[in-house]
Design a protein around this ligand. Structure first.
Ligand code: HEM
Length: 197
């Protein structure tokens, strides 16, 4: 299988990005929802936040690379015979996901960087991932609204993902089982795809 996409299917690089980011996003949604319910007194709470932030920052780095790869390496076409509204929603959904995989972790990073607590991120215990520099020297009063705004944005965008991920999965299954086209197969390693669209 080639590294680059062609008109038949995704290449190994795009597939690697897709499945790795998908796995990390789903894991981080679960960790994010779980940690929010933990009482302040829980001794593991701080560590679990560090894990959430580390996974999220990994997603951010991978997503930036993925978007760059997408820009220089066109994807296979939408299958022939799909109605105009379905083609539009498929394209809109894909661009929305590209936006969300960058915007969700970026909003999280801005939120913690503007936190009056000033906690850094221990990246999987390996090194300290720096906070964004824009907020250094700001007073607690000035930081507070910035932190609140990006907290709201992070939670809202994360919940948009929670709604859209099942729709995305449902669309892939619709292609595979009802339309019986190659849309799911061309994103799966080791499958044979013959029809360019
Ligand atoms: C793929 C990336 C990420 C996903 C899918 C994600 C998802 C979530 C979810 C579902 C929640 C819980 C929302 C709720 O309480 O209803 C959450 C909360 C949180 N996330 Fe993320 N997150 C990501 C990346 C990040 C990053 C990169 C950071 C910081 C560097 C971060 C920091 C936080 C914090 C501090 C909270 C708690 C917010 C609060 O107290 O309300 N997240 N995240």
């Amino acid at each position: 299988m080639a590294a680059r996409n062609d008109q038949y299917r995704y290449g190994t690089v795009a597939m690697g990005f897709h499945w790795l980011i998908a796995l990390l996003v789903i894991a981080n949604i679960c960790v994010g929802l779980y940690m929010g319910d933990l009482p302040r007194s829980d001794p593991m709470k701080f560590q679990i936040f560090q894990i959430h932030k580390s996974i999220g920052l990994t997603v951010l780095a991978l997503s930036v690379l993925r978007v760059l790869w997408r820009v220089i390496n066109p994807v296979p076409p939408i299958p022939r015979g799909m109605s105009a509204p379905l083609t539009f929603s498929a394209k809109a959904m894909h661009w929305l996901f590209y936006f969300l995989i960058v915007a969700v972790p970026l909003a999280g990073w801005i939120m913690v960087s503007a936190s009056p607590l000033g906690n850094g991120t221990s990246f999987f215990g390996l090194f300290v991932w720096p906070n964004l520099p824009f907020f250094t020297g700001m007073t607690r009063e000035a930081l507070h609204p910035v932190h609140e705004t990006f907290e709201t944005a992070h939670v809202f965008l994360a919940w948009s993902m929670i709604v859209l991920v099942p729709l995305h999965v449902a669309a892939a299954l619709y292609h595979h089982f009802l339309r019986r086209d190659d849309v799911l197969r061309r994103m799966l390693p080791g499958t044979h795809v013959t029809d360019p669209a």
